[in-house]
Design a binder for this molecule. Structure first.
Ligand SMILES: *Cc1c(COP(=O)(O)O)cnc(C)c1O
Length: 383
């Protein structure tokens, strides 16, 4: 038996919609499929304005431009995250001030953010790790107090909630809370288009400028809507919009989001139930979901007691045909940034970098596959 770590799921409609897009004769960006996806996302998730991008990295870069990040501005970013979360701001010349994770989950420790704020701080970038919400109430309160921007890296956070401390029935979807929310449709995420992403602009002061930056610094989108009679170069920007081929693919996925999410949650729960007895014995810890967060089953991970044990487990699983992986070498000690980091130690982040292991998680993974994997994990710890 061979169980890969990830397998992109196709709903079956992707190629039909791509064919339709191609046959319309307009295959560049901002066409019918792009607009259909954007409108659907705005309505379902309560985002102010959505713009599809070619990646979450691009959405983060757009957010960095829109936040007007200048050289020497400081941006607070968790160290346990993907490179793009920091890189998008580094390209604007910002200094990254890395923050530690909580001890019981990889999200940025909101209680430690205030001590990192200086007069130069401009942006906080919470990353909703594994699609589980950061403490947005605390983060938004700090942002208000110090007049900071908040860019949510919701690359993994599609269809997940922040519910607030009172567990109000109606919370807010991730990516709709900060000034900006950035999503990924990379083939490793829940909803995919190969490469792809989306910027949610929640503060209407930025609606117009966001569209201009998206369209190479021009007001072309306004021109196509007939709002101006010619278009030209009005601002900075880049080519951030995907072609209609990508948007058509994405539409096939969005149409099926409820089914995709439901199936992933079943798998996640099977892992959780299967592994709980071992976690109760103290061999490893299971994902912690705070009372204010929901779970979108983006990822199933466990946190081992040591680097050695994790390496052993990954090796054991591999011998049984199961590909489990680790990720995120702490960005503050990366080759690119270690000499620019201010030297503070970030112990929780380093522990997740050493001890966290991700188990296979994808739509077509069978219930029996999950039970097989759980069995192999028992074998490793108990025999
Ligand atoms: C996947 C991911 C990204 C990058 O997304 P792309 O679409 O590949 O650019 C950024 N941040 C986090 C937390 C991610 O998981």
């Amino acid at each position: 038996m061979q169980i890969p770590f990830n397998k992109p799921y196709l709903t079956g409609k992707e190629t039909d919609y791509i064919k339709q897009a191609v046959e319309t004769g307009k295959i560049s960006g901002n066409g019918l499929f792009t607009q259909r996806c954007q409108k659907w996302l705005e309505e379902k998730y309560g985002f102010g304005k959505c713009l599809l991008t070619t990646s979450c990295t691009d959405a983060l870069e757009m957010a960095a431009i829109l936040c007007d990040v200048q050289p020497d501005d400081e941006v607070i970013v968790p160290s346990y995250t993907f490179v793009s979360t920091a890189l998008a701001f580094v390209r604007q010349g910002a200094k990254i001030v890395f923050a530690d994770s909580y001890d019981n989950n990889p999200n940025i420790d909101a209680d430690k953010i205030e001590s990192l704020i200086t007069p130069k701080t401009k942006v906080i970038v919470p990353v909703h790790y594994a699609g589980v919400a950061c403490d947005m109430e605390k983060i938004m309160t700090l942002a208000k107090k110090y007049d900071l921007m908040v860019v949510e890296d919701a690359a993994q956070g599609v269809d997940s909630f922040y519910r607030g401390k009172e567990q109000e029935a109606k919370g807010k979807y991730l990516g709709s809370i900060g000034h900006f929310g950035c999503f990924s449709f990379h083939e490793t995420k829940n909803i995919i288009s190969g490469e792809g992403g989306m910027l949610a602009v929640n503060d209407e002061r930025f609606f117009r400028r966001a569209e201009i930056i998206w369209e190479k610094g021009t007001n072309r989108a306004e021109f196509f809507r007939g709002e101006v009679n010619k278009y030209g170069w009005v601002d900075t920007g880049s080519s951030f919009l995907p072609s209609e081929v990508i948007a058509a693919f994405l539409w096939a996925q969005l149409e099926n989001i409820d089914g995709i999410q439901a199936k992933r949650k079943v798998l996640w729960n099977t892992y959780h139930e299967g592994l709980k007895p071992l976690a109760d014995k103290g061999y490893f810890t299971l994902p912690h979901i705070s009372e204010y967060a929901t779970n979108n089953a983006h990822m199933f991970y466990i946190v081992c007691r040591s680097l050695n044990e994790r390496s052993g487990l990954i090796k054991h699983l591999k011998e049984k045909g199961v590909l489990a992986v680790f990720h995120y070498l702490s960005l503050h000690s990366s080759e690119y940034y270690k000499n620019k980091h201010d030297g503070r130690e970030l112990p929780n982040c380093d522990r997740f970098a050493d001890c966290l292991v991700r188990l296979p998680m994808y739509y077509e993974l069978g219930d029996g596959d999950v039970k097989f994997i759980v069995d192999k994990i028992y074998e490793f710890f108990e025999k």
